[in-house]
Design a protein around this ligand. Structure first.
Ligand code: FE
Length: 227
């Protein structure tokens, strides 16, 4: 009869590894230890070598400071159907934006939007360290063309993910459709300029999937770029 031992470890990869409380340790009589990937592998080998255990499954949890983990967001497995279509830059791009994942500022009005997703290559593989530069109008339909309000760049993380805390853009007279501008540049690949849209006025290949979460919206969108 097969017996499976399931070992769950939360590997905390923040600056210092977190201490495992004594009551959560495998052997309650042992002192609290620091968990490292090396120790997990060592313990897995040790357990696998015992006569009574046939299989060891090590479940690795995300680090505690992972934004997606903290916010209970699981990105759906990516599905790719061609490259993200390019669109015009428009007249309001400002270069040299600050690096940040949040455009939110004190007193900013509008419906809060958390934009999340992957940047993937042409083979649907996540790309880390991709430069993304977002810019948009505020809920009032106005761009900040003198400063950097609602403008900023960031890089995808080691799993090819990005996130942006912002607000839903408003309409402005010359563009009566809600949109967020973006530039995406993978390492060693060509830069793509495009725009994201919303389900009430969808644009093929560029429409964010929205999910209501309390008093804000989560917008899912994966970019697919040629590397
Ligand atoms: Fe625009």
């Amino acid at each position: 009869m097969n017996r499976v031992l399931l070992i769950s470890f939360i590997i905390v990869l923040i600056s210092a590894c977190a201490l495992i409380p004594q009551q959560q340790a495998q052997a309650p009589t042992q002192p609290a230890v620091q968990s490292t990937p090396g120790m997990v592998a060592e313990l897995a080998t040790l357990v696998a070598n015992t006569a009574e255990i046939d299989e060891v499954i090590v479940v690795t949890m995300p680090p505690a400071d992972d934004f997606f983990f903290q916010n209970g967001i699981t990105l759906p497995a990516p599905v790719c159907s061609g490259l993200t279509p390019p669109q015009m830059e428009g007249p309001y791009y400002t270069p040299d934006t600050p690096e940040r994942n949040s455009f939110l500022e004190e007193g900013m009005t509008g419906t809060r939007l958390l934009l999340v997703g992957y940047v993937l290559d042409q083979n649907c593989q996540p790309l880390p360290n991709v430069w993304l530069d977002f810019w948009q109008a505020g809920a009032d339909g106005e761009y900040d063309n003198e400063g950097y309000r609602l403008r900023g760049h960031q890089f995808t993380d080691s799993q090819g993910r990005y996130f942006l805390e912002t607000v839903l853009p408003g309409l402005y007279s010359s563009r009566p459709i809600e949109h967020i501008h973006v530039k995406v540049r993978p390492e060693g690949g060509a830069e793509v300029t495009s725009q994201l849209y919303f389900p009430d006025q969808p644009v093929e290949g560029l429409t964010v999937t929205l999910e209501a979460r309390g008093d804000y919206l989560i917008g899912y969108f994966n970019f697919v770029v040629q590397r």
